[in-house]
Design a binder for this molecule. Structure first.
Ligand SMILES: [Zn+2]
Length: 183
């Protein structure tokens, strides 16, 4: 692993400030290490949560208004805050993004993803939850509530193509969900 493969453009040590023209923290594929003071920063996965909300008309998807994946579709969800349970994060993200959260969200599976934002690569572990609404509890009218999405789309599960989705982890979660409800 060469330093040039580092997923973040760190040129200075965040503890002692050495670096710049003389070279900052080195990167070995798992962590950055400062040669001057020994400071180490591990490259851990960031936790994210996504929701598969399945109503009679199909799956709730958001058309992304921002990069990465602008114009493509994603599931409601986002990063888990520090000190926050993933179960709470997914409810918060649903409320923030579509103004509504399903009454019950069950855990489905995890898949990994790579998220490029601001020139930094974030390796994520995405936890997916699902809710299949009963026929007598239809989806409420939903609209995007934050600047990350331009529209809410409800699409039949079988009609969602992996290439329509911004993130491969969402495609894999929908595959896992399809297998679950067919079993
Ligand atoms: Zn240092």
């Amino acid at each position: 692993m060469r330093d040039s493969d580092s997923p973040a453009p760190f040129r200075f040590c965040p503890r002692c400030g050495s670096g710049g023209a003389t070279g900052g923290p080195s990167y070995d594929g798992k962590r950055w290490r400062c040669p001057a003071c020994g400071f180490e920063l591990f490259r851990n996965a960031a936790t994210a949560a996504g929701a598969i909300i399945h109503g009679d008309a199909g799956i709730v998807l958001l058309e992304r208004a921002i990069e990465p994946g602008v114009g493509k579709l994603g599931l409601p969800g986002g990063f888990v805050d520090t000190g926050e349970r993933a179960e709470d994060a997914i409810v918060r993200e649903c409320l923030e993004e579509i103004g509504w959260a399903p009454p019950v969200l069950r855990f489905l599976a995890t898949f990994t993803n790579v998220y490029l934002y601001g020139g930094v690569v974030y390796d994520t572990c995405d936890l997916f939850f699902y809710c299949r609404l009963p026929k007598d509890a239809p989806l409420p009218a939903l609209s995007p509530r934050d600047g990350e999405s331009s529209a809410v789309r409800v699409m039949p599960l079988a009609g969602i193509r992996p290439g329509d989705l911004a993130f491969p982890s969402a495609a894999r979660a929908l595959e896992a969900y399809t297998a679950l409800i067919r079993s």
